[in-house]
Design a protein around this ligand. Structure first.
Ligand code: DHB
Length: 406
């Protein structure tokens, strides 16, 4: 079983890589530990930057994002119950789209399978071998327990935040940068219509809450909690009362309530792996970096990795073929892959900064004093009270200017 590129991880990063490589005539095979159903049922974020939507269109995965997704031309920031709308279109001429990540996954997986793309779901004991040789491979046990093997010229590690691929970058080559936060998010899904037309990111004396949406009848909301919180300890009424308290104040909105159909506690962490390549291995998406969810950057960052990666993979493979034809003795140059790592990390750090900054602007640190909350209020007013501050938020949130296509 030989392909050009072997991909570990069948989430959005891995599948988008597979599809865009195919569009350039490069073959790929994907292995994934989870089942299609399990990934589709896992709630993740729901905000897509415009270039992310463009990539779905470019990958020819169908137009559900355009028909079922909702364009949001702005968002609301709320502090102590005083609301400020950030008008993305007016400030930077761009929108974002609300379209849940599990639907993005489903569209990509459906397209890949419809086109006969090779994918092995529910695999176990995945091993990646020979990334420091010119014959890398992936071994695994398939869903029936049969041993499988994929030989390739290059391995893409798109295996998520607990990536095993990244551990193949030797410790004396790799630097892990990370920071932790003393809080987490309590996320719920509930059967209720939207509370407001746009998302509301809110801070108050009792911390952060985010009012998001899924569709006309299902809503997604989050609030800041202790990382040790047990979801079952919170009743539906206590959850809504708490979120209502965060929104309380002069512009208080009345939360639409309904039966809660899912409760989860989401960890918070910032992480970057540098470099994102070693030998015949490259990382894409959460395998190379994790951001806290506040800026809605995770999926968008994974896709911007893929956008930067695909042309560099093509360049690397072309170099490899030319070296083989010339019967050159020298090993194929991995320079295009190193260039990918450098350019994508520049964007990763911009997103790390925005996610960290927005997190600290909108959350309350446990045990902080009154100075901290008043200073935060000053920072908030400096952003919302100035067109330049608002434009900074809008530019970062909507994904900066469109990247150059290559
Ligand atoms: C959603 C999640 C986020 O982290 C965010 O910043 C915005 C929206 C969501 O799940 O809808």
């Amino acid at each position: 079983n030989r392909v050009d590129v072997g991909i570990v991880g069948g989430g959005p990063a891995g599948l988008m890589t597979a599809l865009l490589l195919k569009r350039r005539g490069i073959s790929a095979a994907v292995v994934e530990r989870r089942s299609h159903g399990e990934i589709r049922r896992t709630q993740r974020a729901g905000i897509l930057e415009a270039p992310t939507v463009d990539m779905l269109v470019e990958a020819e995965v169908g137009s559900r994002v355009l028909t079922d997704g909702h364009e949001h031309e702005g968002t609301v920031l709320s502090f102590d119950g005083v609301q400020h709308r950030i008008d993305f279109q007016e400030l930077v001429g761009r929108s974002v789209w609300l379209y849940p990540q599990n639907e993005v996954f489903h569209d990509l997986a459906t397209a890949w399978e419809r086109e006969g793309g090779q994918i092995h779901w529910s695999v176990q004991e995945v091993g990646v071998h020979g990334v420091d040789s010119d014959q890398p491979s992936i071994t695994f046990l398939d869903a029936q327990g049969q041993a499988g093997r994929i030989e390739a010229d290059l391995i893409v590690g798109a295996d998520g935040s607990r990536s095993m691929c990244r551990r193949l970058i030797p410790e004396d080559v790799r630097t892990d940068y990370f920071t932790t936060y003393p809080f987490a998010w309590f996320g719920i899904l509930c059967d209720a219509p939207p509370t407001a037309p746009e998302l509301i990111y809110a801070n108050s004396e009792v911390g952060f809450a985010l009012i998001s949406q899924r569709n006309e009848s299902v809503q997604r909301m989050y609030f800041q909690c202790d990382p040790e919180t047990k979801p079952a300890d919170w009743s539906d009424a206590a959850i809504f009362d708490h979120i209502q308290q965060v929104l309380g104040g002069p512009d208080a909105v009345n939360l639409k309530r309904g039966p809660i159909i899912e409760k989860t506690v989401l960890p918070f962490r910032s992480y970057v792996c540098d470099p994102m390549t070693f030998g015949r291995l490259v990382l894409a998406g959460d395998a190379g970096h994790t951001v806290p969810p506040t800026g809605a950057k995770g999926l968008n960052l994974a896709f911007s990795d893929v956008r930067a990666l695909v042309p560099r993979v093509e360049e690397f493979l072309t170099g490899l073929r030319q070296a083989a034809e010339a019967e050159a003795d020298a090993p194929a140059s991995t320079a295009p892959l190193e260039r990918y790592s450098r350019t994508t990390l520049d964007r990763v750090w911009k997103a790390q900064n925005f996610s960290y900054w927005a997190t600290n602007l909108l959350h309350r640190q446990p045990g902080e004093n009154e100075f901290a909350q008043r200073r935060r209020r000053g920072e908030f007013d400096a952003i919302t009270g100035s067109v330049h501050g608002q434009a900074y938020f809008a530019d970062s949130y909507t994904g900066w200017s469109a990247p150059s296509p290559n």
